[in-house]
Design a protein around this ligand. Structure first.
Ligand code: ATP
Ligand code: MG
Length: 458
C-alpha cells in the first residue's frame, strides 16, 4: 500500500507534480533514503536542494522542491511547492486529517524520547503503532513524523520539543492529539527560557493542541503541577491525569529500584491496580518515564494490563544509559554510557542512579552542561552534593569547575580542560568491579571518554 499517491501529494501541498508515481515513504536525508521515497529538500544546516540529484539517483520516486536545482533535468519527477518546509507541514496536516489513529503527544524538559519509545512498545501491544525513529521533535521533525504515518496506524506517538518560547503550541495543533503528556518541568535549555515558570508555561501549552474531549497527563510531583492543571483546563482538556510519586497521583510510582545486573524494576499503580515493570535499562528516571507512559495509555482509555508486559523490551537509545562491560587491568568494569546529553535534571537522575547501584567503587565522569545561560555556574555547583555520593568524580570543561571545586578532597579524581584530555586519566584510574558513569552535554563530546575506555590496548 502506498503512503501517498500523486493526487494526494498534489492535494495536500497544492503543489505541481506531473508524475503519477505513488511514494512509499518520506525522506529528508539521502543517507537514509529508501528507493520509492518522496525526498523533501529542506533547508537546515545544508540546503536539501543540493542533494536532489543524488536522491533521484538513489531511487527517490519524487522530490519536493521550491525550484529546479542545478543539475536536475526539468522533466525529473518533482513536486514543486513555494516553500518546502510549509509543504512538509501541509503533508503532515493531511496525514493527521485522514488518519483514524488515536494520537498521543509528549513534551517535557527531559524524558520525551524515552517516554515516546515506551509508548511505542505499550501501544504496539494493542495495535499498529507509529512513532518517529529518532528524537524528531522540532519544526520539521513533527511534520515529518506525521507525513510518515502509515494509513492503517491505530496509534501514533508524537514527540514535541522546544528551544524557544512559542514553539510547542503550533506543533501540538498539527498533531491534534487525544492525549498529551508533560514528562517533567526542569532546567533544560533554560538559558533561552529565562525561568522555570516560563518553561512550565511553554510545556503546558501542548494542551492547546488537544482535540475536544482530550486528556492531559501531567507531572504530579512538579512544583508547577497546579499551574499546569490550570493551563490544561483553560486549553480545553476534558480531564487531567497526574502521574508520579505523590500519593495524590492517579497513576502512581510506588517504588523503583536498580537491580545488580543493571536493570530497573518498579511498581506502578493505575487506579486500584498495581503493575510490576522490569526494564533492561539502568536509571530511576526510566521508572518515572514508565509511570508517565502508563498514564498516557490510561488517558487513551486503553487496557493498561495488556500493554504493560511490552516494557520488558525497553532499551534506551545510544548514549542513554545502556550498561556494558569494559576491560581493565585484572578484570572488567561496568560502563554506563550517558554521553548522549545532559541537562541538570538528567545529571541528577544519573548520579542518583549511580549512587543506588550496588558495586565496589562508583565513579562519575562529568562533562559540561550547555545552554544554561546565566544560570550555568549555579546549576553546576548545585550538583556537587549528589555528585559526591559517588566514590570518585572526574570532570572536564570550564563549566564543570564550579562543581569540581565544591567536591570534598577525597572525591576528586581529576579535572581536565576537555574530554580528550580526561579520557586517559579515567582509564588509568579504573579497577576491576568499578561502575563508571559518563555523562555530559553532546557538545562536551563525552563520547571521547567512552571511546578511551572501550579501546583495547592502551
Ligand atoms: N524523567 C527523567 N528525569 C530526569 N532525567 C531524565 C528523565 N528521562 C530522561 N532523562 C535523562 O535525559 C536524557 C535524555 O533523555 P530523552 O532522550 O528521553 O530526553 P528528551 O526529552 O527526548 O531529550 P531531547 O530534548 O534531546 O529530545 C537521558 O539520557 C537521561 O539522562
Ligand atoms: Mg528527544
Amino acid at each position: 500500500m502506498s503512503l501517498w499517491t500523486a493526487p494526494e501529494l498534489r492535494n495536500a501541498t497544492a503543489g505541481q507534480l506531473d508524475s503519477s508515481l505513488a511514494v512509499a515513504g518520506v525522506s529528508i536525508d539521502t543517507r537514509s533514503l529508501a528507493p520509492g521515497d518522496l525526498f523533501v529538500a529542506l533547508r537546515d544546516q545544508r540546503d536539501g536542494h543540493d542533494f536532489v540529484a543524488e536522491a533521484l539517483r538513489r531511487g527517490a520516486a519524487v522530490a519536493m522542491v521550491d525550484h529546479v536545482p542545478a543539475g536536475v533535468p526539468g522533466d525529473a519527477p518533482l513536486l514543486r511547492v513555494p516553500d518546502t518546509l510549509a509543504g512538509l507541514a501541509a503533508l503532515g496536516t493531511a496525514a493527521r486529517a485522514r488518519s483514524r489513529a488515536r494520537f498521543a503527544a509528549v513534551t517535557g524538559s527531559v524524558g520525551k524520547t524515552g517516554t515516546k519509545d515506551m509508548l511505542r512498545l505499550l501501544l504496539g501491544a494493542l495495535g499498529p503503532t507509529h512513532a518517529a525513529v529518532a528524537s524528531y521533535n522540532n519544526h520539521w521533525g513533527v511534520p515529518l513524523t506525521l507525513a510518515r504515518l502509515p494509513r492503517d496506524a491505530a496509534f501514533a506517538v508524537i514527540e514535541i520539543g522546544m528551544n524557544n518560547p512559542g514553539e510547542i503550541a503550533p506543533l501540538a495543533r498539527i498533531a491534534a492529539p487525544h492525549a498529551v503528556a508533560v514528562t517533567t518541568v526542569a532546567e533544560a535549555h533554560i538559558g533561552h527560557m529565562g525561568s522555570l515558570a516560563a518553561v512550565a508555561e511553554e510545556k503546558g501549552s501542548i494542551a492547546l493542541g488537544l482535540v475536544p474531549g482530550g486528556v492531559a497527563v501531567l507531572p504530579r510531583d512538579s512544583a508547577f503541577y497546579a499551574r499546569l492543571v490550570e493551563i490544561a483546563h483553560a486549553a480545553g482538556a476534558a480531564r487531567v491525569i497526574g502521574f508520579g510519586r505523590d500519593p495524590a497521583a492517579e497513576v502512581r510510582l510506588l517504588e523503583a529500584a536498580i537491580r545488580p545486573e543493571g536493570s530497573t524494576s518498579c511498581t506502578i499503580a493505575v487506579g486500584q491496580t498495581s503493575h510490576q515493570v522490569v526494564m533492561p535499562a539502568m536509571g530511576l528516571h526510566h521508572a518515572e518515564n514508565a509511570c508517565c507512559a502508563l498514564a498516557v495509555v490510561a488517558a487513551l482509555g486503553l487496557d493498561v494490563a495488556r500493554a504493560v508486559p511490552a516494557l520488558a523490551q525497553y532499551a534506551p537509545g545510544a548514549g542513554r544509559g545502556a550498561p556494558r562491560e569494559v576491560a581493565v587491568p585484572g578484570g572488567t568494569a561496568l560502563l554506563i554510557d550517558e554521553s548522549y546529553n545532559a541537562a541538570p535534571p538528567a545529571m541528577r537522575a544519573a548520579l542518583q542512579t549511580l549512587a543506588e547501584r550496588p558495586g565496589l567503587r562508583r565513579i562519575a565522569v562529568l562533562g559540561d552542561m550547555r545552554e544554561l545561560g546565566t544560570f550555568s555556574a549555579e546549576l553546576h555547583a548545585n550538583l556537587a552534593p549528589v555528585a559526591a555520593l559517588a566514590d570518585l568524580v572526574f570532570c572536564c570543561g570550564p563549566e564543570m569547575t564550579a562543581l569540581y571545586d565544591r567536591l570534598p578532597a577525597n572525591r576528586r579524581g581529576a579535572h581536565a580542560p576537555d574530554s580528550a584530555a580526561l579520557g586517559p586519566l579515567v582509564k588509568a584510574a579504573l579497577r576491576p568491579g568499578d561502575v563508571v558513569l559518563v555523562k555530559g552535554a553532546l557538545g562536551s563530546r563525552m563520547a571521547l571518554v567512552v571511546q578511551a575506555l572501550t579501546e583495547t590496548g592502551s
